[in-house]
Design a protein around this ligand. Sequence first.
Ligand code: ADP
Ligand code: MG
Length: 446
Amino acid sequence: EKAVAATDSSVAADPVAAARQLFVDTFGSEPAGVWSAPGRVNLIGEHTDYNDGLVLPFAIDARTAVAGSSVPAGGQASLEVLSAHRPDEHRTIPLGELTPDPERTETDWSDYVSGSVWAARLHAAGPGAAGTDGTDGTDDAPPGAAALPGLRFAVASTVPVGAGLSSSAALECAVVLATLALDSAGGPGTDRAIAPEQLARIAQRAENHYVGVPTGLMDQMASSAAEADHLLFFDVGADTIEQIPFDIDAAGLSLLVIDTRAHHSLADGEYAKRRAECERAAELLGLNSLRDIDIDQLDLMLAKLVAATRSSVLVPAVDDAEVLVRRVRHIVTENQRVLDVVTQLRSASPDWGTVGRDMTASHASLRDDYQVSADELDVAVDAALSAGAVGARMTGGGFGGSAIALVPAERAATVSAAVEKAFAAAGFTAPVIRSVHPAAGARRDH
Ligand code: ADP
Ligand code: MG
C-alpha cells in the first residue's frame, strides 16, 4: 500500500480562507477577523520542558485558523463554535460562568476552545483578578465575564490532529488571540498587542487547567513565538528565548516529518508517570529540577541517586533506582545535546553532521533510557538513517505520533520511499510524510 498524499478532504490548502468561508456559510455574515497559529516540530530537547530544561522547536507551515466575531450579549452570552474537522459538531456553550471542571473525565474538542476563551478572559481581567498571578491551579471564572459578549468561531486547520505536531497548541493560541482582540475591539487599547511569551502562558493555562492535560510550555511557546526560518531556543528554567537562524534550503537540506499514524493508548498515563519519576528523582537529589544537573556531574549524581533511593522511605511504583537512573540520564544528556546543536547553529557554518548525530543520539536515549518510543517510530528512524538521513528521531511525547528526519534535499524522495517500504514490510499503517519549513508564529491574518 502506498502512502496517501498529505491531504484530507476536510482540509483546504489555505486554512485562513477556509475558516472565513466556513464562518460565512454557517453564520451568514463576514467574520470580524481571522487569526491563526502554527503547529510545531521539536528539532531536539524532548521531555526536557517540564524539567526546566532546554528545547529547540520550530513552527511548521501548517496552521490552524479561527474566523470569529463577537455577538452582543442579549441575556445569556454563549460561545458558538464549529471546526472543519468535525463537520457535524456545531457546539454552543454558555459563557457566563465558564470555569474549569476538575471532575471532568471526558474531553470534547470544544473544550480546547472554551478553555482558551476562559484563559484569555481571565488574563484580560488583569493582575488583580484571582488566579492571574502566574500560579497554577486556578478554578476561577473570569471576573466580569458575565458582562462580556458572546463569541462565534469557525475553525479550519492544516495541522494534522493528534499526530504529535501540536494541533492543540495551534488551536489554543489562535483562539486566545481572537478572544483578546474581539473582547477589546472598540474599547481603549483596541486589539492591543500581547507578548508572545504571555500568549503562550495563557494557552498553556487553557490546556493544563481547563482541558486538564499537564503539558509543559514548549508547544504553546513554539506556536506563539516562532519566527519563519528560525529555530526557537527556549530555556524553560531561565525563561529566555532566542531566535536561531535555520535556513534548511540554503543548507541543501530537507526536514521530513513522518506521521506514523500510530497512537498508543498508554501515552497519557506514561507521560504523567515520566513527570512523576523526574520529580521524584529531583526530590531524592535535593534539587529543584533535573535541569540543575550539569553534564560533568552526571555520574556522581547517578551514584547519589542510587544511594538515596535505597535509604529513602519508598514511594511505591516510582522508587526503582534503575528506572530513575535512566530517566535522569536522558534528561541531562538531552539538555547537553540541545546545547551542542545550538552551538553549531549559532556558528556561521554549522556542522550538520554533528546536528544529525545529536538528533539520532536523542532518539536512542528516548528509546532506551526514557522508554517512550514505539515500534513505528523506531522503524521510521532506522529506515530514514539507512536511506541516507543526516539524523532522525521521534519528536513529541512519544508512543506514536511523528518522527523527523534531516536529509540532504536530493535524497528526500529516496528516504520517504524507504520509510514507506519499511512500514509496509512491518505491516504498519502507511505513514504520511511531509516536508516542512520553519514558519511564523501566531498572528492576525485578517
Ligand atoms: P496534538 O496536539 O499532538 O495534535 P493533542 O491530543 O494534544 O494532539 O490535541 C488534539 C486534540 O485537540 C483533538 O483531539 C481535538 O480535541 C483538539 N483539536 C486540535 N485541532 C483541532 C481542530 N482543528 N478542530 C477540532 N479540534 C481540534
Ligand atoms: Mg497537543
